[in-house]
Design a protein around this ligand. Structure first.
Ligand SMILES: NC(=O)C1=CN([C@@H]2O[C@H](COP(=O)(O)OP(=O)(O)OC[C@H]3O[C@@H](n4cnc5c(N)ncnc54)[C@H](OP(=O)(O)O)[C@@H]3O)[C@@H](O)[C@H]2O)C=CC1
Ligand SMILES: O=C1OC[C@@H](O)[C@H](O)[C@H]1O
Length: 394
């Protein structure tokens, strides 16, 4: 209980190590596009304990909002108005762009950031389409820049412990994997970006993107086909026709693994009244037993890993840090672990873990395949057309 409270407190109010003030290292200056809800958790709080990160600039469509956000969270500069995002990107002092814009704007603003020579920490899912993700990584490669799709949970020791158990072959060959991510009805307001088709909304683009990523990670391979997929629209209004509030899908893998997904942004209440507890489980059934993780998505708060080897006693494990084998503290959030890896990569060091560009591209391909199978259709391509005006690095 004490550990839980201690972790919860430090997750919210991390201690600032003295080393943060006197490293002498030039900090990477982060610029953030949009005063999005996720920014405090994914960027501001983790930056407080990273000695190489400076919260440099924030841009919002409205300057007053940007200035208020900058003051509240400690960004040095604020940009706003119709040119605010581009002005921030054009500032030569900025090293890294954090892109937490609605999904449908990820492609345009990541391409613009890369064009301007900035590394990008890009919110999930990377883009609306697989082709756009491919273009982003091609440009990053040409420019020698880092782009990371922010699947923060992948950097936490808990999910890596599950993967290590599977890789150890303790439980033998994987047969099937079930992954769920659900949010109770009422979590999102009706005007949320996740309900807007043009902005890349839908369940497969939000919790669904995590479930696909986790299936591919645990299976150590990419799904080869979508066997079944069924989705429910957010409402009967025409604008929600292609916006899935939930879906289930079954995926096939080349190594005979079957993957099952249950993704819901608006899970209905029991008897229409009682909210359901979010389902945050992943269960892997192997020839020689099962392993299940509860709360793979934000394990830093609380999680447990249950291992049931056939014919042997079950055991429960927890993994809040790497126990000294890699950087981290028990109270580091998934976003803090992610920031460590991202900064290591940008600084030319080898991160503890990484997401390969092909994983992001495969994730988007699989989301497209689910949308094709369930009949909702892939999300709209960005209207932004990239041109490298200087022509120097094409
Ligand atoms: N890694 C994680 O754990 C999480 C990731 N996410 C991802 O982060 C991104 C943002 O999500 P979230 O923080 O919930 O979103 P918000 O709706 O809070 O923020 C979206 C931001 O986009 C900007 N924006 C620009 N154009 C538009 C537009 N046409 N309509 C609406 N907003 C616009 C707004 O910025 P401005 O301030 O300029 O007005 C707004 O602040 C998504 O890609 C989502 O998938 C979200 C939650 C958790
Ligand atoms: O990235 C996310 O993680 C948690 C979810 O509740 C949220 O909808 C999503 O955007």
């Amino acid at each position: 209980m004490f550990d839980f409270i201690h972790r919860l407190y430090y997750l919210t109010y991390p201690p600032r190590p003295a080393s943060i003030f006197d490293t002498g290292v030039r900090k990477l200056r982060f610029g953030c596009l949009g005063a999005a809800k996720i920014v405090p958790g994914a960027l501001v709080t983790p930056s407080r304990t990273h000695p190489e990160v400076a919260l440099y600039a924030i841009a919002a469509r409205d300057l007053t909002r940007a200035e208020a956000f900058a003051k509240k969270h400690g960004f040095e500069k604020a940009y706003g108005g119709p040119t605010g995002y581009q002005d921030l990107i054009d500032n030569p002092e900025v090293d890294v762009i954090y892109n937490p814009l609605p999904n449908g704007l990820h492609f345009e603003w990541t391409m613009k950031a890369l064009k301007s020579g900035k590394h990008v920490l890009l919110e999930k899912p990377a883009t609306n389409t697989a082709d756009e993700a491919t273009q982003i990584y091609a440009l990053a490669e040409r420019k020698g820049l880092v782009v990371l799709e922010a699947f923060h949970y992948r950097f936490h020791p808990a999910i890596q412990r599950v993967k290590a158990i599977l890789d150890s072959n303790e439980l033998g060959t994987i047969k099937s994997i079930s992954v769920a991510l659900t949010a109770p009805a009422g979590t999102l307001k009706s005007d949320d970006i996740r309900w807007q088709y043009d902005l890349g909304g839908g369940s497969a683009m939000d919790p669904g993107s995590y479930t696909v990523n986790l299936l591919h990670y645990l299976a150590s391979s990419t799904s080869t086909s979508v066997l079944t997929a069924s989705a429910t629209p957010y409402s009967s209004m025409p604008e929600h026709e292609k916006v899935d509030q939930r879906f289930t899908a079954t995926l096939a893998f080349s190594n005979d693994i079957i993957g099952e997904i249950h993704s819901d942004l608006n899970e209905s209440r029991i008897l229409g009244v009682i909210p359901r507890i979010p389902n945050l489980r992943a269960t892997v059934r192997c020839e020689g037993g099962t392993v299940e993780i509860y709360n793979y998505i934000v394990p830093s708060y609380y999680h447990y890993i249950t291992v049931v080897p056939a014919g042997k006693p079950r055991r429960v494990e927890k993994a809040y840090s790497f126990n000294g084998t890699a950087k981290g503290e028990d109270w580091w959030s998934t976003y803090r672990y992610q920031m460590e890896a991202f900064v290591d990569k940008v600084q030319g060091r080898t991160p503890q873990t990484w997401l390969k560009p092909q994983e992001t591209i495969d994730n988007m391909k699989c989301i497209e395949a689910i949308y094709t199978k369930d009949g909702f259709g892939i999300r709209p391509r960005s209207k932004y057309v990239f041109s490298d005006d200087d022509g120097s690095d094409k």
